[in-house]
Ligand binder design. Structure first.
Ligand code: HEC
Ligand code: HEC
Length: 451
């Protein structure tokens, strides 16, 4: 297993070197007509199509497997791996059984499980209550978004997380929680806060926020499944004025191409946000500069900790940003299964979307967000401004609607305040005084489900 992990690390390292040699070749290349994929793959290095394929593959590897060195935080500092393996295997506490891991929303990539083991699991011959099984799954690199780092004797040395933790799920093809990876689909089962709260040493986080361990745990457990708060480590705001958790839903990481600004509150481009998350949230070791965070009033924690200007040497993030962005832009929104909505009603709903309800004013097809600067005040869309005010531009971004069916769990809008699509439509109906009939609401919902 150590060899396998070592091989992966070597592969990542090699691709980083590949960028340098490859760019040199690119400058000599002449762009040509679009060719079939097979021709592209076998073409000599240098053409833009070949470069696109290379970027996608490299970006996928980064998205799925790269921790950017964040095991120094989750492993060395918080000791999360010790809670996962448990006391019997040299860690602390009872350990995390596969059953408990699946209950916390972690997913398993069936393609990383060798056929022999898969058969045993199917036959019920694998103990899913034993943390040792979790360790075996981690060693196979099969737990989506979680990466184990091992000592030469095979024991756990540290643990890191990747983008896929929050932004991939699986299709449950093998069993619930075990299947083929679906990159870009938000994992709305994942209880990030609960998982972090298992860490034996929360001091790096309590120090940062200036709170007690009990207070921190309360915050972490207030998030619930499918949610994470990507701003609390900068503004220290764990709850809104209504006392509810300030966490937002995990969004889709697909369907970003053509959209100008990203996140619910439009922090910046995909690559801005990737650098933000890799450095300030995953705590990978890279470079990040965003002086908007150097604001003692709005982001007191970021101003104090220097998160607005992070420098690491070596830098394990920056060389991966280009391919990572390219990969995400290549993740198109999936189409819902034909049987999951009523096509006739959806066609009527489309007319309402374009006509009487005028949703397309903001959700402009086929992007379903505005070309330009798709940002709106809280007042415009008829909600409170708490989350908007936690971002530089203090507005909400028009969410691209394609692939809505993948995020039906956990509700809609940034905090999931509307449990169902019909609630979203009724909200707009009241706010914009649309006077929609019940039939029009139902049709509009079918149309949204079809996107
Ligand atoms: C711990 C969970 C978590 C991890 C890990 C994570 N993200 Fe996110 N991601 C979020 C949340 C939550 C948001 C929404 C933040 C907001 O709007 O304030 C988000 C937003 C995004 C968006 C914007 C989506 C949109 O609709 O505009 C992209 C793109 C993204 N993440 C990519 C990544 C990449 C790439 C990585 C790895 C470098 C990553 N994320 C790691 C939780 C996570
Ligand atoms: C003034 C611009 C505007 C108009 C008009 C508008 N929306 Fe939105 N829409 C937004 C913004 C901004 C958000 C993000 C709100 C948030 O996350 O808090 C959003 C979010 C949504 C979401 C939630 C997506 C998700 O993943 O959570 C749905 C569904 C939606 N809109 C449907 C509609 C429909 C249907 C209409 C017409 C009845 C409509 N919108 C009209 C701006 C608009």
């Amino acid at each position: 297993m150590t060899r396998r992990l070592g091989w992966l690390a070597a592969a990542v390292g090699l691709t980083a070197v590949g960028i340098v040699t490859y760019r040199a070749a690119e400058t000599r290349a002449q762009p040509g007509p679009i060719r079939p994929i097979a021709a592209v793959e076998s073409a000599p290095l240098g053409g833009p199509e070949r470069e696109a394929l290379r970027l996608i593959r490299e970006g996928q590897q980064t998205f799925r497997h790269d921790t950017f060195g964040d095991e120094a935080f989750w492993g060395d500092a918080l000791g999360l791996h010790r809670a996962v393996v448990g006391q019997k295997l040299g860690g602390v506490g009872p350990g995390l059984s596969p059953k408990a891991a699946l209950e916390a929303g972690l997913k398993v990539d069936m393609e990383a499980i060798p056929p022999g083991l898969a058969q045993k699991i199917k036959a019920g011959q694998v103990n899913l209550d034993d943390p040792a099984t979790t360790v075996a799954l981690l060693k196979l690199d099969s737990v989506v978004g979680v990466k184990a780092f091992l000592n030469p004797d095979g024991s756990a040395k540290a643990m890191g997380i990747t983008c896929a933790l929050c932004h991939s799920t699986v299709d449950d093809a093998f069993a619930p929680g075990i299947g083929h990876r679906l990159d870009g689909w938000p994992n709305r089962d994942l209880n990030v806060g609960k998982i972090i709260s298992l860490a034996p040493d929360l001091k790096p986080l309590t120090d940062r926020l200036g709170v007690t361990e009990a207070e921190l745990k309360k915050v972490l457990l207030s998030w619930g499944p499918g949610k994470y708060d990507a701003e609390v480590m900068h503004d220290g705001k764990a709850a809104g004025p209504d006392g509810k958790s300030a966490a937002t839903l995990l969004p889709a990481a697909f369907g970003q191409l053509g959209i100008n600004v990203h996140t619910y509150t439009g922090w910046g481009s995909v690559t801005h946000w990737n650098a933000y998350v890799a450095n300030t949230q995953m705590r990978g070791k890279g470079t990040f500069f965003d002086p908007r965070l150097k604001d003692e009033k709005k982001f007191p924690v970021a101003a104090k900790t220097g998160d607005w200007n992070i420098r690491n040497d070596p830098d394990l993030v920056t060389s991966k940003l280009a391919a990572l962005q390219f990969y995400q832009l290549a993740l198109v929104a999936p189409k819902p299964p034909a049987e999951s909505f009523d096509a006739t009603a959806a066609a009527r709903g489309q007319a309402v979307f374009h006509g009487k309800a005028d949703c397309k004013r903001c959700h402009v097809p086929p992007l379903f967000s505005e070309p330009g600067w798709p940002m709106h005040t809280a007042e415009e869309i008829g909600i409170d401004d708490f989350q908007a005010k936690r971002s530089p531009d203090e507005r909400y971004r028009t969410t691209p609607l394609a692939g809505l069916f993948t995020r039906a769990k956990g509700g809609f809008y940034h905090d999931g305040r509307f449990a169902a699509l019909a609630d979203v439509v009724r909200h707009y109906d009241a706010h914009f005084k649309l006077k929609l009939t019940d039939a029009e609401v139902a049709d509009l919902v079918e149309y949204l489900k079809s996107l």
